[in-house]
Design a protein around this ligand. Structure first.
Ligand code: HSE
Length: 310
C-alpha cells in the first residue's frame, strides 16, 4: 500500500453579518481531514469516509471533496493518475459552519500536496468552489475561500473570484454555537426575498464599509457598531429557535456583534478578547441548554492558515 499525506481544512463563518455571500472567516477548529495516497488503479476514488453517519456519497462526482479534486486533476491533466481519498469528517454538517466547504477545500489541498503542489492555494480556489456548489447549488466562495486560504476574506465578486484577505486587529475572538436543530442551506436561501429597499441597501453598505475600516484601523468600537445585518438576519432568524434571546444575552455579555453563521443554525459572535469570548459562550450555551436544545460551542481566534498539511 502506498503511504499517504493528510491535510486539514477548517470550519468557517460565512456572511459575518454584513457580507451575505461575500465575507467569511476561518475558525481554528473544528474541521475536516483528508488522506490522499497514490494507487495502482487509475483515476480518483474515495475509499473511506468516517464521521458522516453514512450520509456522504462515495461516488466521486457526487461528493464535494471528490468533485473538487476531480475538477482540479482534469485542469492539470492528471485525471488518469490513480489516487485514493479517505475523508474524515470531524465537524457537524448542516450546521452553518461550512462543512461542505471544508471538505471541498481539503479535497483539492490533499491532491495538490500529494502531487507536490502543482498549483498555489489561490489557484485551487475555483475547484474547491465548484465542489461546494454541488452541496447547495450556488456558486459562492464565502466559506471555501477562508477555509482554504485562512483569515477574514472579502469576495468582491464570486463570479470572478476576486478574493481578498483583510487585515485583522489583534485579539479578535469568535464564539460559535451550533444548536442541534436542522436548517438546510437550500431552505435558508429559499426564504430570502430578492427585493432590497434603498434604505436597507444604504444601511448595509455603510455597515460593511464601516466593518472593513474598523478591521484596518483596529477600531473595535467601529467593528461593533458595524456588525448589524439589516437584510438577511431578519428573514432567517425565524429558522433558529431562540435566536433573538441568544443575541440579546451575547451582546449583554460584551460581544462586539452577533448574527447567524452562514445559513444557520449556528450563531456566531465576535469579541475583543478571550475572556469576553468565553463569557459570550456561557451566555449562548445557557439559552439553548435552558431550552433543552443540545448544542456545541466553539471558541476560536481567526485562523490565519486555512487548509494545512498535517
Ligand atoms: N452565504 C451562504 C448563505 C453561506 O448564507 O447562504 C452558506 O452556504
Amino acid at each position: 500500500m502506498h503511504t499517504g499525506i493528510k491535510v486539514f481544512a477548517p470550519a468557517s463563518v460565512a456572511n459575518v453579518a454584513v457580507g451575505y455571500d461575500i465575507l467569511g472567516f476561518a475558525l481554528e477548529k473544528p474541521g475536516d481531514e483528508i488522506i490522499a495516497r497514490f494507487s495502482d488503479t487509475p483515476g480518483l476514488r474515495i475509499t473511506k469516509i468516517t464521521g458522516a453517519k453514512g450520509k456522504l456519497p462515495y461516488e466521486v462526482l457526487k461528493n464535494t471533496a471528490g468533485f473538487a479534486a476531480q475538477k482540479m486533476l482534469e485542469h492539470i491533466g492528471e485525471e488518469g493518475r490513480g489516487i485514493e481519498l479517505e475523508i474524515h469528517k470531524k465537524m457537524p454538517f448542516g450546521s452553518g459552519l461550512g462543512s461542505s466547504a471544508a471538505s471541498a477545500a481539503a479535497g483539492v489541498m490533499a491532491v495538490n500536496e500529494l502531487l507536490r503542489r502543482p498549483l498555489t492555494k489561490r489557484e485551487l480556489l475555483p475547484f474547491a468552489v465548484l465542489g461546494e456548489q454541488i452541496a447547495d447549488g450556488a456558486y459562492h466562495a464565502d466559506n471555501v475561500a477562508p477555509s482554504l486560504l485562512g483569515g477574514m476574506v472579502l469576495i468582491r465578486s464570486n463570479k470572478e473570484l476576486d478574493v481578498h484577505r483583510l487585515h485583522l486587529p489583534k485579539g479578535l475572538y469568535a464564539t460559535v454555537i451550533y444548536p442541534h436543530v436542522q436548517v438546510l442551506t437550500k431552505d435558508s436561501r429559499a426564504v430570502l426575498s430578492d427585493q432590497v429597499s434603498l434604505n436597507q441597501c444604504i444601511q448595509q453598505t455603510g455597515n460593511i464599509a464601516g466593518f472593513i475600516v474598523g478591521l484596518y484601523n483596529s477600531d473595535i468600537d467601529l467593528i461593533g457598531r458595524s456588525l448589524q445585518d439589516v437584510i438577511i438576519e431578519p428573514q432567517r432568524a425565524k429558522l433558529i429557535p431562540h435566536f433573538y434571546e441568544v443575541k440579546e444575552a451575547v451582546l449583554e455579555a460584551g460581544a462586539l456583534g452577533c448574527s447567524i453563521s452562514g445559513a444557520g443554525p449556528s450563531i456566531f459572535a465576535l469579541s475583543a478578547n478571550s475572556l469576553i469570548a468565553e463569557r459570550v459562550g456561557e451566555a449562548m450555551t445557557r439559552v439553548f441548554t435552558n431550552n433543552k436544545i443540545e448544542n456545541q460551542l466553539f471558541i476560536s481566534t481567526i485562523n490565519q492558515e486555512g487548509a494545512i498539511l498535517l
